[in-house]
Design a protein around this ligand. Structure first.
Ligand code: NAD
Ligand code: FES
Length: 275
């Protein structure tokens, strides 16, 4: 049982939960994730471990409410419990030893970028973060990222920071030169676009793939992704991969496989809530 110690709203549909998980907090490394099940019979949800507090024995999870299971999870209150938190899973981020890294976060993907930026800055790497949201209220973790270096904020509607997608700002930073690696996490079209921005500059680009996961241990094949023409499992070979080698078309196709069922489940949940 994992008690929820804190709950905070980061944007209109993004919530941070701080959860008891002392053994995971002890050994987790940046880039790793957990698979969470709210209770018996509930869906398994892969979530990046956004932060840890080893003394308190807690981990932080950031959840975007998009489907039935994520709405159920963010519906929990401080003091409630989550029955299963399995992890840490996945390979830790392969961190640069020195140089300049650009960390790009699109919307809720900024939560995945935060532990990477934190670890890079702690090891002496210069970090520039480029984060984006649809408008001001969708920009998350700006204050936290400012502790790691420069932050360029972009909004689609120009209500805060620069107007436009994160890719425009990333292109400008790459043109200035001296970038050793880009880490980009967010919606699939954003990670694909970031990888295309960096390709002509020959800058290594690491993306984190949010494929559908069940067991998280390489057994079920649910998280299969195509990297440079070969099948790999995001849960054990990733979740981070070279963005220039990812087959983003097949990733998008696989992510939409269960969309109809997901929409139906959410509609039923919302109808029950109203009744
Ligand atoms: P969003 O659609 O609001 O986009 C956030 C920002 O990403 C935009 O403001 C823009 O700057 C950039 N962006 C979006 N589309 C782009 C494009 N085509 N080209 C260039 N830049 C683009 O994002 P959201 O609603 O916060 O995120 C939801 C998506 O993120 C879901 O699809 C979810 O599955 C995915 N996600 C991915 C990860 C991961 O590990 N990769 C983690 C969590 C969520
Ligand atoms: Fe089952 Fe990766 S989640 S193989």
């Amino acid at each position: 049982m994992h008690k929820i110690r804190e709950k905070a709203q980061l944007s209109p549909n993004v919530t941070r939960l701080v959860v008891d998980a002392p053994r995971i907090a002890e050994v987790r490394r940046p880039g790793q994730f957990v698979i969470v099940r709210k209770g018996p019979g509930a869906e398994r949800i892969p979530l990046t471990i956004v932060d840890v507090d080893r003394e308190a024995g807690t981990i932080s999870l950031v959840i975007q409410a998009v489907g039935k299971s994520t709405y159920d999870l963010v519906g929990l209150a401080e003091g409630d419990v989550i029955t299963d938190v399995a992890g840490p899973l996945g390979r830790p981020t392969d961190l640069l030893a020195s140089g300049h890294a650009v960390c790009v976060g699109g919307g809720v993907g900024t939560a995945v970028i935060w532990p990477i930026a934190q670890a890079l800055a702690a090891s002496g790497v210069e970090v520039t973060s480029v984060i984006g949201g649809r408008s001001r209220e969708w920009v998350i973790l700006e204050k936290e990222l400012r502790t790691t270096g420069e932050v360029i904020v972009c909004t689609d509607d120009g209500s805060y920071g620069r107007k436009g997608f994160v890719t425009t700002a990333l292109d400008e930073v790459c043109r200035e030169g001296g970038v050793d690696e880009v880490f980009a996490v967010g919606p699939v079209p954003m990670m694909r676009a970031c990888s295309e921005v960096t390709r002509p500059f020959g800058v290594k680009t690491t993306v984190s793939l949010n494929s559908i996961m069940l067991d998280g241990t390489g057994m079920c094949g649910g998280c299969r992704v195509s990297i440079d023409g070969a099948s790999q499992y995001a849960c054990v070979d990733g979740p981070e991969f070279d963005g220039h080698l990812v087959d983003f078309d097949s990733l998008s196709d696989r992510l939409t496989t269960y969309r109809e069922f997901e929409q139906e489940a959410l509609a039923r949940r919302l109808a029950c809530q109203e009744a």
